[in-house]
Design a protein around this ligand. Structure first.
Ligand code: NDP
Length: 313
């Protein structure tokens, strides 16, 4: 079994940054990710990562990956970690192809898109229902689409979709002043003639025969039906903390891994960073995920140093 000082699970900004820092502490580092780049690879426009006034998610994570690999991080992508078991002096990390040993672990597993939970949502996935405007926007040239949500993801998706579709409804369940998106995004949506914002509307039903044809909303107790070719659901995320939970790591009531200031969890040798941690409840940005990754790597290094010191006493 191949052995590492640290195994990082997750290949987003937090994971790659943890890898970059870990190798600079001379730690033998393995990074395993089930995709390349995580959620950020779906961002079509990033304007707030310092030093890069404009980039996109795919370009940025490609740079993160190249940087990490150039420093010696062993990366395995498109492979899922299926099980992690605690051993006497570390952790056995299992994938479908092999089992690796890590003296420490960093969970940078991120978060996945939340679903509406409506009937037909799964049936119409890929038949009108989508969770990624960057991936699927181009299928809706000159069509009518809707985006559900009031955060940055929803507004950014509506703006991207306006480059393809002839009409974009941005549908939010509360009043405009409750929207979570940054004012700069909201302003751009308001000034975009293809985008129409609809407020106080809660999605109720997805209608159609073979594919999505319309969506019914409850607007202050009244049903409204909007005919659509596509519906993009951007209603936030759910943390991917299952593996950590199985190891006994504490999570908060929403499932985010509880971390201390040094990104340690309550299980010795396990650290966490990025969107999967309670830190992301404060601010979930690429720059904060990177910062958490760097801290987690340094803390894993200090943890190993302390262990070695005790072993040599
Ligand atoms: P958020 O959690 O910020 O927003 C989710 C939105 O979906 C809220 O407006 C919420 O409504 C709404 N919602 C939740 N559940 C439902 C439901 N069942 N039915 C209808 N509406 C629902 O998620 P985002 O994905 O937008 O953003 C996540 C994080 O990523 C944020 O920190 C954001 O800043 C960041 N991000 C940054 C970007 C950038 O800077 N370029 C781009 C994209 C994301 P309500 O407000 O009523 O709770």
């Amino acid at each position: 079994m191949k052995e590492y000082d640290v195994i990082i699970v997750g290949s987003g900004p937090a994971g790659y940054t943890a890898g970059i820092y870990a190798t600079r502490f001379n730690m033998k580092t393995l990074l395993i990710g089930k995709e390349s780049g995580g959620q950020v690879s779906e961002s079509y426009r990033i304007e707030n990562y310092p030093g890069l006034s404009m980039t996109n998610g795919m370009d940025l994570v490609t740079k993160f990956k190249e940087h990490a690999e150039s420093l010696g991080v062993k990366t395995i992508e498109f492979l899922e970690v299926t099980e992690v078991k605690k051993t006497e002096n570390g952790f056995n990390v299992k994938t479908d192809e092999a089992t690796y040993f890590g003296r420490t672990l960093i969970f940078a597993t991120g978060a996945k898109k939340r679903k509406l939970g409506l009937l037909n949502e799964d049936r119409f996935r890929g038949k009108g229902v989508s969770y990624c405007a960057t991936c699927d926007g181009a299928f809706f040239i000159d069509k009518i689409v809707g985006v559900i949500g009031g955060g940055d993801s929803a507004v950014a998706s509506a703006l991207l979709l306006s480059e393809y579709a002839k009409k974009v409804y941005l549908i939010y369940r509360r009043k405009k002043d409750k929207m979570r998106a940054m004012p700069v995004w909201i302003e751009r949506a308001e000034n975009n003639e293809k985008v129409e914002m609809i407020f106080e509307s809660v999605p109720k039903e997805l209608k159609g025969e073979e594919k999505l044809e319309s969506v019914v909303f409850d607007q202050n107790g009244k049903n409204i039906e909007i005919k659509l070719d596509g519906l993009f659901i951007e209603i936030g995320t759910v943390p991917e903390s299952e593996l950590a939970k199985k190891l006994g790591v504490s999570v908060n009531e929403k499932g985010y891994i509880k971390v201390n200031e040094d990104m340690s969890t309550d299980v010795p040798g396990i650290f966490a960073a990025g969107d999967v941690t309670t830190g992301s409840n404060m601010l979930a940005q690429i720059v904060t995920a990177c910062a958490e990754g760097a801290i987690a790597a340094e803390s894993a290094y200090k943890y190993l140093k302390k262990e070695e010191y005790h072993e040599n006493l």
